[in-house]
Design a protein around this ligand. Sequence first.
Ligand SMILES: NC(=O)c1ccc[n+]([C@@H]2O[C@H](COP(=O)([O-])OP(=O)(O)OC[C@H]3O[C@@H](n4cnc5c(N)ncnc54)[C@H](O)[C@@H]3O)[C@@H](O)[C@H]2O)c1
Length: 435
Amino acid sequence: MFKISVIGTGYVGLTTGIGLANFGSSVLCLDIDEAKIHQLNQGLSPIYEPGMDGLLKENVTAGRLRFSTDLTQGVQWADIIFIAVGTPQAEDGQADLSAVEATAALIGAHLNGYKIIITKSTVPVGSNEKIRAIIDDCNERGHPFDVVSNPEFLREGRAVYDFLHPDRVVIGVDNHRPVDTLKQIYRPLYLNEVPFIVTDLRTAELIKYASNSFLAMKVAFINEMSRLCDVIGADVQQLAIAVGKDGRIGGKFLHPGPGFGGSCFPKDTAALMAFAREKGMPLGLVEETIASNRRQKEFIVTKIKQRMGAVTGLRFAVLGLAFKSETDDMRESAAITIIDQLLDEGAIIRAYDPQAMKNAKKLWDTDQVYFGRDEYDTIEQADAVVILTEWNQFRNLDIPRIKSAMRQPFFFDFRNIYQRKQMEDYGLVYECIGR
Ligand SMILES: NC(=O)c1ccc[n+]([C@@H]2O[C@H](COP(=O)([O-])OP(=O)(O)OC[C@H]3O[C@@H](n4cnc5c(N)ncnc54)[C@H](O)[C@@H]3O)[C@@H](O)[C@H]2O)c1
């Protein structure tokens, strides 16, 4: 049984820890956030992810999964150490590697035998070489170690499922020694013939940025099509279905919305753009993807104003704050830009999200935004409803009840959940995108 420490117990670290324990390893998840570890030690997940609570409890009960803030002990106990700390966007657009570098230094200072250090955090090209150099510098007793790049491709909202059913596992190495161990850790996947791509460190690092940038570009593309459809009177929904049926394109990530957000696409496209520029090889498509996404969010606010005029003093009921459904993550959510813009222009905001309220309350004071108890409380006396996240519970709202609770009948459906005719039959002024 492998002894694995995972440093950083966020969306990726916690999922990795639970997943690897489920594959049979003994796993210790480590974090500097004491509150998070305390909560986990009580059997509670600090994040909302479908399927996570059950698997967490199962693996803790089976004795394969533990949590601690004692990073030093965690480094010394393990044979294999995953780095899964955050790499947020720095002011210059590059990835902020301070947590990764601090972790590498800690690992180097406490090596007590051969270990494999695996980077799961998304890090720019050349970072694993830097990680190796930092560990080397701090490794005074000269213990042997290997550094591996093993980027993660899970989607929030489907993190557990994606970890257990990945499309591929990417392993970047500078020598072959750790590869067999990696295949053993991921043995159930290997046996299920999930493709393993073994490559060099730099290629593995770039694969992650290329994948996320391509997906972001696909979302930005369909959003552009939705803006064009709006102007020419075509239907982006049918367009997306028809285009997506082409096997060379594929139907995933062709859903128009208020602009991509989350903890990955915005920061990873920005980091790739900054990194490529620094190397003298600007990436026009990636740069335009970022600009296009910004325009989509502006387009949403413009659309509201085109319909309603000045928004000063108007009451907006925003349904959905998380950057997508099935997550409580609000990082870079389009809702933040859109709500801030409306607040700046004097609008009154009422908001509700099934899972992201705790995170939303960190962003706005209760005197800036009224946080509703549920959809219907939020809609009370609103001039407009604005759907920003495609939660299932917003797909079947009691429309007559909503209509009678509102002050004015504007209904902005920026996830294209409802049908125009149905909403207009109820007397609502309905707007969506690209239909
Ligand atoms: N969230 C995703 O969907 C996703 C998907 C693929 C890859 N990634 C990448 O994985 C990495 C982690 O992302 P996340 O979303 O899990 O981040 P997160 O913010 O949810 O979690 C990071 C955790 O690291 C901890 N941490 C920070 N500094 C630390 C230190 N010095 N020692 C120990 N713990 C420390 C934080 O307390 C936090 O719990 C990032 O590089 C991200 O780009 C994220």
